[in-house]
Design a protein around this ligand. Structure first.
Ligand code: C5P
Length: 239
């Protein structure tokens, strides 16, 4: 019998850009053998598609149409971070550029765009489980997730992490410009009227300033064990 989506376990990992949530979510998903939803990538693809179609940023109905009709495919098995294909073109690198991040935060502030993406995000919830990373995974998309984690870190550390990440990918940026852009994006994400960036009251808040990825992953996996104690048994050979 197919498992109802609501019975599939979900771990929601939210937080601001550079808090490490993407890296942590990916490592947790890999350790558990679960699916992964990088919702930021989805907003980045919408931002990129809107820029490519030269949409007017004030045309909220038009932006929502772009989000609804988005011909995007997430191929999680290709490469380290998976491959994202938009209308036949590989946009995995293009969406990581700061311009796409900026466009993402603009379209993300439009309520109709967010609404258009709700079901698409919920469809990622498939057995054996989902680790979802974003801003509103615990508060809006998967409010019934039994584990909600909110990762934070100082703005300086987050800018430095993003700087190193982009450098590694051969993308040239200046640290002060990145820091300024990040603070501005934080402000816009926190102040917007719909789904503002805020920890759910039932989220576990973890400040990752000065912590390594491995330490954070171990902590989250421990919480997964507490939230979904039956999992090991269900997935074991006797299940
Ligand atoms: O996480 P990432 O930096 O890739 O997200 C890009 C932008 O997409 C964020 O700045 C935010 O504005 C938006 N976003 C969102 N809700 C999500 C994920 C991302 O509003 N669940």
């Amino acid at each position: 019998m197919p498992v109802a989506a609501a019975e599939v376990p979900v771990v929601a990992i939210d937080g601001p850009g550079g808090s490490g949530k993407g890296t942590v979510a990916r490592a947790v998903a890999r350790a558990l053998g679960w699916h992964m939803l990088d919702s930021g990538a989805l907003y980045r693809v919408v931002g990129l598609a809107a820029s490519q179609q030269r949409m007017d940023w004030e045309d909220t109905a038009g932006l929502a149409r772009v989000a609804r009709d988005l011909a995007v495919v997430f191929d999680p098995l290709s490469g380290d971070e998976g491959r994202i294909v938009l209308a036949g073109s590989d946009v995995s690198a293009a969406i990581r550029e700061e311009a796409a991040g900026h466009a993402a935060s603009r379209v993300a502030a439009v309520p109709a765009v967010r609404e258009a993406l709700v079901d698409r995000q919920r469809r990622f919830r498939r057995p054996p489980g989902l680790v979802a990373d974003g801003r509103d995974m615990g508060s809006v998309i998967f409010p019934d997730a039994r584990l909600k984690v909110f990762l934070t870190a100082s703005v300086e550390e987050r800018a430095l992490r993003r700087y190193k990440q982009l450098k590694q990918k051969g993308i040239d940026v200046s640290l002060p410009a990145l820091s300024k852009d990040m603070a501005e994006r934080d402000r816009r994400d926190a102040e917007r009227a719909v789904a503002p960036l805020r920890a759910s009251p039932d989220a576990r808040i973890l400040d990752t300033t000065g912590l390594g990825v491995a330490e954070v992953v171990v902590r989250v996996l421990h919480w997964v064990g507490e939230a979904y104690p039956g999992l090991a048994r269900r997935e074991g050979p006797d299940a």
